[in-house]
Design a protein. Structure first.
Length: 79
């Protein structure tokens, strides 16, 4: 639970396949919404295995994910 919201990950009980997730308000004051409100909901609709990545037409390099010598290794959060 974080910020008054209970985050749940949903799995198939027989196959343990990931099905989705949801976020529900459990503390109205902290979350700023009524208890029981569903704030986030996702569903895994399809899983595929492929031999190659799809073509990315008109993709331009922006450098946002490039590692450089100056990039520090990630460290665990202290919060």
């Amino acid at each position: 639970m974080r910020g008054g919201i209970l985050e749940q990950h949903i799995f198939d009980p027989e196959t343990f396949t990931y099905l989705g997730e949801r976020g529900m308000v459990v503390d109205a004051k902290t979350a700023g919404a009524p208890v029981g409100s569903v704030l986030a909901l996702t569903a895994q609709l399809k899983v595929s295995v492929v031999d190659a990545l799809p073509e990315a037409h008109d993709a331009s390099k922006d450098g946002s994910c490039e590692m450089t010598a100056e990039t520090a290794e990630p460290s665990p959060s202290t919060s």
